[in-house]
Design a protein around this ligand. Structure first.
Ligand code: SAM
Length: 271
């Protein structure tokens, strides 16, 4: 008697508060079927803060003094799933079609725009270091600071690296021993090639500068068409003519107005 039982699934009204928050902050469209998932992910925070329901938690994270908790909530809600050499067709295309045609007189600039814990930018960096004889530069960003902290450390369990080709692993990774058995660490020669920074894709991209190739994969899938259109418009202002855009094979630019030729599924080139 007297103890409070917390519900671990938000009511529809509570859920709609989080839908609006996530949409406004990140552009992400949380569909109704994610209500249970949201509840499971945030429930431990309600418990930790001794709050009775999701509305109280919502009010808590919106308080000016609790911006750190707001960040934590957004991090718990978003999906960070990634792994080395995910969607290998992009890496084959980069090696076989893009690299042979890049200018030797100019630095080739790449941006990994939703880098998560770093597997994507490190896959790119390994390929570039191994195969590219011209000068190149790689930027990687994400809205979530925790995933970038992980990325900078560059330590991964073997599961994340299951598609990492053996020659890259041999050349660019250190094998964990003792308590790090089952883990590997990306060598500094590769880690130092990636410039990490926090960036929200809803923001103006002018600060990024002009680039030649953008990886923006498995993130636009969560956005509304309106947000996707804004991002594509923005991307077109910083991608050089004939520059490349790689999106996920589960995403499409279909229905958006843009200035790209589709070269093969999930690979676009600016006109
Ligand atoms: C599923 S991961 C994709 C990782 C990698 N690109 C891949 O394809 O494996 C999605 C990432 O998008 C990030 N993200 C979500 N909304 C974002 C936004 N508005 N701006 C920048 N990054 C965002 C998340 O933090 C997450 O790390």
């Amino acid at each position: 008697m007297g103890t409070t039982t917390r519900e671990n699934i938000p009511t529809k009204e509570e859920f709609s508060l989080f839908q609006t928050l996530v949409h406004n902050r990140l552009g992400i469209n949380l569909p109704a079927h994610k209500r249970v998932m949201l509840g499971h992910r945030l429930f431990k925070r309600l418990n930790a803060l001794q709050l009775n329901n999701f509305r109280d938690y919502f009010n808590y994270i919106n308080h000016l003094e609790h911006t750190k908790e707001l960040e934590t909530a957004l991090e718990l809600i978003t999906t960070n799933e990634t792994f080395f050499f995910r969607e290998e067709k992009h890496f084959e295309f980069l090696q076989q079609k893009v690299l042979p045609n890049i200018s030797v007189n100019k630095t080739f600039k790449i941006w990994s725009a939703a880098a998560s814990t770093g597997e994507e930018p490190y896959s790119i960096a390994m390929l570039m270091q191994y195969h590219c004889r011209s000068s190149w530069q790689l930027m990687a960003s994400d809205v979530n600071n925790s995933v970038l902290t992980h990325a900078r450390k560059g330590i991964y369990n073997d599961e994340r690296a299951r598609f990492l080709p053996a020659h890259y692993r041999k050349e660019f990774c250190m094998k964990g021993i003792d308590e790090f058995q089952g883990f590997m660490r990306v060598k500094p020669s590769i880690r130092n090639k990636v410039q990490y920074f926090t960036f929200n894709l809803l923001d103006d991209m002018a600060s990024i500068g002009m680039v030649d190739l953008i990886f923006i994969r498995n993130v636009m899938i969560y956005f509304t068409d309106e947000t996707r259109q804004k991002i594509i418009d923005n991307i077109q202002t910083i991608l050089n003519p004939k520059g490349w855009l790689f999106i996920s094979h589960s995403e499409t630019l279909h229905g958006l107005s843009h200035d790209f030729n589709i070269v093969q599924p999930a690979i676009y080139q600016r006109k």
